[in-house]
Design a protein around this ligand. Structure first.
Ligand SMILES: Nc1ncnc2c1ncn2[C@@H]1O[C@H](COP(=O)(O)OP(=O)(O)OP(=O)(O)O)[C@@H](O)[C@H]1O
Ligand SMILES: [Mg+2]
Length: 398
């Protein structure tokens, strides 16, 4: 068993309020209200003035099922590690409770919790061999020697570390060290695995390879796993469900496909997906040209932001749509994207469209783009919340 519940968990770090307030008073105002924030686009890195009072984690309610692979994702400083550290018992929440299998463990000592954590810095003991590193926690827990040896050998086999058991960490590659850190968690056979950016020290190729191994291993072991990353593509590929945090607040928790297809608000819309969703602030007239036949769901364009993913924005040869002036073409081999700005539009931010043919528009060329009316997302400009417009209903009914 290993069901985890966060119940209205808040953590306000002592002392940060005052220090932050002073900083906010000095110069906080100048960074507040940037363009990204006014449309709510992604808002990453932008500190608003209210940051002074903001808890690291604010009223987190989250139920994680036994055996689930739950990924916590969000930009730097969003409270991901804080949530994980509270679950591990390394941090005490200011209020709220954490339960494992229905039992309140909020005040329980970290060592008494049946959880194992893998950190970004693997924190291996440099003078111990791989085998000793993996055995150590079990020795402390007074597990019988044969049992330790059995578990270590099995974990080593699962992780492809059998040949390396006698080596010391400095004789290992980054990827191998990462696997030792995983092995050290696995041998403890915990109720819950906690992983905080375990792949971020690996190069891109190894990261993709290792994340496939982690997914496969978790599937095989069936152990509840809470995995933290700031990388939305890692979150989307690993998680049974993905929880999106921003400034200490949980914005949405859903299976990857649902996050992508029906983001609950403008933050999630801009954060999930790469390249990011276009978040368009256009007029009624422009909307009608962009999405002929689409409806605005009874809203006025002035009150909403329209979200269109690059793959749902299409260059059209017809005399329709909006004019897009191309100023950059991004080539990935398998696919390519054109970046540009709408001509004579209320929307002044850049717009990205995925190219569908092998014909690449030339830089400086002006093309016409239309959007699939069924794939347009609508968000309230004031609150950022998703509006269930008529146009999106048929998309899910197909
Ligand atoms: N020990 C601490 N004392 C005071 N404030 C802290 C402490 N640890 C974290 N914070 C603050 O709490 C907020 C959340 O931090 P947290 O480490 O959970 O972010 P994160 O989402 O894990 O970010 P990253 O992706 O950069 O690791 C941040 O604003 C951070 O500055
Ligand atoms: Mg962190």
């Amino acid at each position: 068993m290993g069901a985890v519940s966060f119940k209205d968990v808040t953590l306000r770090y002592a002392g940060t309020g005052r220090r932050r307030r002073r900083r906010a008073a000095r110069g906080g105002a100048e960074v507040a209200g940037t363009a990204a924030e006014s449309t709510g686009a992604t808002g990453t890195g932008a500190q608003s003035a209210s940051a002074a009072e903001r808890p690291a984690l604010a009223g987190l309610d989250l139920e994680i099922a036994d055996g689930e692979f739950l990924v916590l994702v969000g930009p730097s400083g969003s409270g991901k590690s804080t949530a994980l550290r509270i679950l591990a018992g390394l941090e005490q929440p200011t209020s709220g409770a954490v339960l494992i299998d229905g039992e309140d463990i909020t005040g329980v000592d970290p060592a008494e919790r049946d959880v194992a954590m893998v950190f970004q810095t693997y924190a291996l003991y440099p003078h111990k061999t791989v085998e000793q590193n993996m055995s150590f926690a079990l020795q402390l827990a007074k597990v019988p020697r044969e049992e330790i040896s059995r578990r270590v050998r099995r974990a080593a086999e699962q992780l492809g570390l059998t040949e390396l058991l006698d080596r010391r960490p400095r004789q290992l590659s980054g990827g191998q060290r990462q696997r030792v850190a995983m092995g050290r968690a696995i041998v403890r056979e915990p109720t819950v695995f906690l992983m905080d950016e375990p792949l971020s020290n690996l190069d891109a190729r190894l990261r993709v390879q290792t994340r496939a191994q982690i997914a496969e291993l978790q599937n095989r072991l069936g152990t509840t796993t809470v995995y933290v990353t700031h990388d939305q593509s890692e979150a989307m590929t690993l998680g049974d469900r993905v929880a999106v945090l921003h400034e200490g607040v949980l914005h949405q928790v859903a299976p990857p496909r649902e996050l992508y297809d029906r983001p609950a608000d403008i933050f999630v819309a801009g954060f999930i997906g790469s390249p990011a969703m276009n978040l368009l602030t256009i007029t009624d007239d422009e909307f009608d040209r962009l999405a002929p036949g689409g409806t605005r769901g009874g809203t006025r364009a002035d009150d909403v932001v329209f979200g269109v993913r690059p793959e749902h924005l299409v260059i059209t040869p017809d005399d329709a749509g909006l004019l897009l002036h191309i100023d950059h073409v991004e080539e990935f081999g398998a696919e390519a994207y054109a970046h540009g700005r709408l001509v004579d539009s209320a929307h002044t931010e850049r717009v990205i469209t995925r190219l569908r043919t092998d014909d690449r528009p030339a830089l400086g060329e002006t093309v016409r783009v239309v959007a699939d009316p069924e794939r347009i997302h609508t968000f309230d400009r004031a609150t950022g919340q998703r509006i269930e417009a008529n146009v999106t209903v048929s998309a899910s009914a197909v």
